[in-house]
Design a protein around this ligand. Structure first.
Ligand SMILES: Cc1cc2nc3c(=O)[nH]c(=O)nc-3n(C[C@H](O)[C@H](O)[C@H](O)COP(=O)(O)OP(=O)(O)OC[C@H]3O[C@@H](n4cnc5c(N)ncnc54)[C@H](O)[C@@H]3O)c2cc1C
Length: 226
């Protein structure tokens, strides 16, 4: 069986690894619109329920080598006064770890595992899917030949073309009237060195969420902080 996955983001690459892990006898191809897989993004938190899936897929050692395992959550008022802290991940008694990670690092760990296990040709870049025909599954691409598969999995992100094709009445994603500005900076470890700080509240004032995502980026213990 030929399985086509549309999108080599976090969901598409994880789906490819999961199919391989289940031992399904099939050939997997992941079609990605970008010309090159590059480590883009800023911070993402992978909570223990996600840690469980990634442990099953055998990528936790790779993640641990590039991510921060946070020690605690901390809530602060918008003046910076501590309200409450509580442990997270293994420290909170979960059986699986919690990682704070740069999205690009996560994607690259998944991408390397996909290439190693499913073959270097498994991810096909520069293929922007424009639609799928349900004859089995024929995938059409912008400026590229169509490809046939038995099954297609759409993992093409929040503005999914395939979702629009199958659910045309659904409309675009709904704006929740919350804007987020994202960025990273270099900083010495603060508080426990693994604190996920939530400062302020979205509906009463502005809120900042600050946490380290890479340890010791310069040999002087500086962290990359989201
Ligand atoms: C460049 C980028 C940076 C991001 N940075 C962050 C971040 O810093 N923090 C955070 O919390 N979330 C971030 N996100 C969102 C986060 O990755 C996703 O919301 C989440 O991981 C869900 O994963 P997904 O696989 O559904 O979508 P995504 O991770 O968004 O992946 C979708 C993939 O499909 C590809 N694609 C889209 N349309 C097509 C098409 N028609 N044909 C073929 N391929 C297609 C995209 O190029 C992308 O690689 C980012 C997403 C992207 C694309």
């Amino acid at each position: 069986m030929d399985v086509a996955i549309i999108g080599a983001g976090v969901g598409g690459l994880t789906a490819a690894l999961a199919i391989h892990h289940l031992g399904v006898d099939c050939r997997v191809r992941v079609y990605e619109s970008a010309r090159e897989i590059k480590p883009l993004g800023v911070g993402i938190n992978l909570l223990p329920h996600c840690g469980r899936e990634l442990t099953d897929l055998g990528v936790v050692d790779g993640l641990r080598s590039v991510a921060v395992e946070p020690k605690e959550f901390g809530w602060f008022t918008h003046h910076g006064q501590l309200i409450h802290t509580e442990p997270c991940g293994l420290r909170a008694g979960y059986a699986y770890p919690h990682f704070s990670i740069h999205r690009g690092d996560l994607q690259m760990v998944l991408y390397e595992a996909v290439k190693e296990r499913l073959g270097p040709d498994c991810v096909v870049t520069a293929h922007r899917c424009t639609g799928v025909e349900e004859d089995g599954a024929t995938l059409h691409f912008d400026g590229q030949h169509s490809r046939k598969a038995d099954l297609a999995i759409a993992a093409d992100g929040i503005n999914s073309v395939i979702r629009q094709q199958f659910y045309p009445g659904e409309g675009p994603p709904v704006f929740s009237k919350v804007n987020i500005w994202r960025g990273v900076t270099h900083h010495k470890p603060f508080l426990s060195g693994g604190t996920i700080c939530r400062v302020g509240g979205i509906f009463t004032t502005h809120k900042a969420v600050i946490y380290p995502i890479r340890n010791d980026i310069d040999g002087k213990r500086t962290q990359l902080v989201n």
